[in-house]
Design a protein around this ligand. Structure first.
Ligand code: PRP
Ligand code: HPA
Ligand code: MG
Length: 174
């Protein structure tokens, strides 16, 4: 059994997400916003964040996977609906929503992909940023928290597919 200690409680996270939502609302006033949720990890954060953004928007989903246990394989596999509901990406300002920016490999790949489809802007919103582990040159445009190099779980984040349902962000130790 793993030990999990609370890093951010459900209550503090909710406040932080609301604040971020207000910031994003300002940024996208008058723009055509396409929010892209990066599955699986971002499903909880996206559901909370979009309800704190007071703009017209559409929401799409894409799947990206590169971790086994606590290790990045270094190989990001992207799958899912690449048609984006038939939208012409050249008309949409894209906001990629992620649970965590760690080495940066996942978001680097995704940013390139959406830019290559002609989106006028591709920005990044993350719940957690772990800059000390970065190998790709990428920074978040919007973030709730910057964290140290610890493996975290909860609110969508998993350890071998477990703990995504925890309502808080926790640090796991074996
Ligand atoms: O910055 P990086 O080092 O690329 O790490 C961040 C990515 O890793 C996790 O996804 P994972 O590959 O574990 O898949 P999951 O979303 O299904 O959990 C997390 O949800 C991010 O998508
Ligand atoms: O700290 C983490 N926890 C869960 N998944 C992750 N994917 C990258 N970093 C992490
Ligand atoms: Mg993920």
């Amino acid at each position: 059994m793993n030990n999990i200690s609370v890093l951010y409680s459900e209550e503090e996270l909710a406040l932080s997400v609301k604040k971020l939502g207000a910031e994003i609302t300002e940024e996208y006033k008058g723009k055509k916003l396409l929010v892209v949720c990066v599955l699986k990890g971002a499903f909880v954060f996206t559901a909370d964040l979009v309800r704190s953004i007071d703009n017209d928007m559409q929401i799409a989903f894409i799947t990206a996977k590169s971790y086994v246990g606590t290790s990045s394989t270094g190989n990001v596999s992207i799958s899912g609906d690449h048609d984006f509901m038939g939208l012409d990406l050249r008309e949409w300002d894209v906001l990629l929503v992620e649970d965590i920016l760690d080495t940066g490999r996942t978001l680097c790949e995704l940013k390139k992909k959406f830019a290559s489809m002609g989106a006028p802007s591709v920005k990044i919103a993350v719940m957690l940023d772990k800059p000390s582990r970065r190998v790709a040159d990428i920074t978040p445009d919007f973030k709730c928290y910057e964290i140290e190099d610890r493996f975290v779980v909860g609110c969508g984040l998993d350890y071998d597919e477990r703990y995504r349902n925890l309502p808080f962000i926790g640090i796991i130790s074996e």
